[in-house]
Ligand binder design. Structure first.
Ligand code: ZN
Length: 279
């Protein structure tokens, strides 16, 4: 018992390894193999909210999605990272269907434009270690000036993105998109800078990329809103005329049938007809 007690996967019964297993709701565990069948976007918190039934349902959806991606997804746009050496695709867009995927995943989920909610750049920063030394010489002073100027420039260039303060350094940059109406998936995280010791160029590339993504997801939101508005005004315009016209003709036709069948007299027909036509 205790720390080394064996945990079994609640889905397949195999041993659920300490490093790969996921904790589910009710304290059950899912082994790494079963977790791999789930969306790559699921976080540990997402798993913790799922029961075995949720997992089974989710795995079915993931399989359908893989099929959709392979057979129906038609790429019309590609967003790439801006890094010189590790330039790679990060988002594919299908404008025809109104779909997008996280291209950094091997088996990506296909999301609709409307499922992309709010998004932001997530910066992971730490305090600069060299700021702790006591002897602040001329060289340090110049570097501080340089960092301060770089900070101000980034603030001006990317007013909508968070900027790393001059006394901190960036460890990780991820673009986060919150996902609507797609339980159990809650967010998609896309790394836009993957250097371990990032150069100024890496960081600038990361910002450039994040800015591109920000505009992309905003344009998706706008496109979806436009589409909804167009659909709404179309039904609005079409409905009243059709409803009133169609309804009236139908009522009069039925009335005529009743007259012809001798159920209504001519006077009763005339009175009812006037009523329907609003005369
Ligand atoms: Zn399993």
């Amino acid at each position: 018992m205790g720390l080394f007690s064996k945990k079994e996967c609640v889905r397949c019964g195999k041993k659920a390894g300490l490093l790969t297993r996921k904790k589910l709701a009710d304290g059950d565990y899912l082994c790494g193999d079963c977790a791999d069948l789930c969306s790559p976007e699921l976080t540990s918190d997402d798993f913790r909210n799922m029961t075995l039934d949720d997992v089974e349902e989710h795995i079915e959806e993931v399989e359908e999605d893989e099929d959709r991606y392979e057979n129906e997804f038609h790429r019309t746009r590609t967003i790439r990272t801006q890094m010189v050496l590790k330039n790679h695709d990060i988002v594919y867009v299908d404008d025809t269907h109104g779909w997008w995927v996280n291209a950094t995943r091997q088996h990506p989920d296909v999301f609709t434009f409307s499922q992309a909610g709010d998004c932001h750049l997530d910066l992971d920063t730490t305090l600069r270690s060299d700021d702790n030394d006591d002897d602040h010489d001329h060289e340090d002073f110049l570097e501080d000036m340089f960092r301060g100027a770089a900070f101000m420039q980034m603030r001006m260039q990317y007013p909508e993105l968070p900027v790393c303060p001059p006394n901190e350094e960036i460890q990780k940059m991820e673009f986060v998109i919150y996902i609507n109406d797609r339980a159990p998936i809650t967010e998609v995280r896309i790394p836009v800078m993957d250097a371990i010791i990032p150069s100024q160029g890496d960081i600038e590339g990361g910002y450039e990329c994040a800015y591109q993504l920000l505009n992309l997801f905003r344009s998706m939101k706008q496109k979806h809103a436009d589409y909804e508005q167009a659909a709404a005004s179309q039904t609005k315009a079409a409905q009243p005329a059709q409803a009133a016209g169609g309804d009236m003709t139908e009522q009069l036709m039925n009335l005529k049938k009743l007259l012809d069948a001798g159920i209504l007299t001519q006077d009763e027909f005339n009175a009812k007809k006037k009523q329907i036509l609003g005369l």
